[in-house]
Design a protein around this ligand. Structure first.
Ligand code: SF4
Length: 187
């Protein structure tokens, strides 16, 4: 039985790892580097990831390329939820990993996108070069190849958004004047 599951895992993981379709989610300067990665110079098609989709329903890789603000946070979570399973996240750039240069004094930037959604690969830099993004995709492929469908339940649990969206998003953003800063940082 174990041999059969291992063989299925191998084929399943090989298929997923080599056909990661990224969702177009570029919010600021890091987005330019993500776009450059899809140019002929870098040839992202080698990894089966050249098909950048404009719809979350047709993508399984979310690359958060750029600063994530509190205002944007509920929309990001909603888009993530609309992506079909299995889905993966690469946090690209210092701003999305920790808040970057905005981490000290800004009132509106989320201090790390992993406060909102689970992140599979963290990619530092300001901005990371296209080669670094390709390296992150290779690392993600390696990670996918270690997964097994026997642990699927564990995987689904680990890939849930970290925050819930309330029906009235306006309330989540503006519960009162000063709560805006806190949004997205609470469990
Ligand atoms: S990490 Fe640097 S390049 Fe990327 S969004 Fe932030 S400021 Fe721009």
């Amino acid at each position: 039985m174990k041999v059969i599951i291992s063989a299925i895992d191998f084929i399943y993981n090989w298929g997923r790892a080599n056909s990661l379709w990224p969702f177009t989610f570029a919010t600021s300067c890091c987005g330019i580097e993500m776009i450059a990665t899809s140019a002929a110079t870098f040839d992202i098609a080698r990894f089966g990831s050249e098909v950048f989709r404009a719809s979350p329903r047709q993508a399984d890789l979310l690359i958060t390329a750029g600063t994530i603000t509190h205002k944007m946070a509920p929309l990001l979570v909603r888009l993530y939820e609309q992506m079909p399973e299995p889905k993966y996240v690469i946090a690209m750039g210092a701003c999305t990993v920790t808040g970057g240069m905005f981490a000290d004094a800004s009132y509106n930037v989320v201090r790390g996108v992993d406060k909102l959604i689970p992140v599979d690969i963290y990619l530092g830099g300001c901005p990371p070069r296209p080669e670094a993004l390709l390296d992150a995709i290779i690392k993600l492929q390696k990670k996918i190849k270690t997964e097994t469908i026997a642990d699927r339940k564990k995987y689904l649990e680990a890939h849930k958004p970290r925050v819930k969206i309330v029906d009235n998003v306006d309330l989540a953003l503006c519960p009162d004047e000063f709560e805006v800063y806190e949004w997205g940082l609470k469990e």
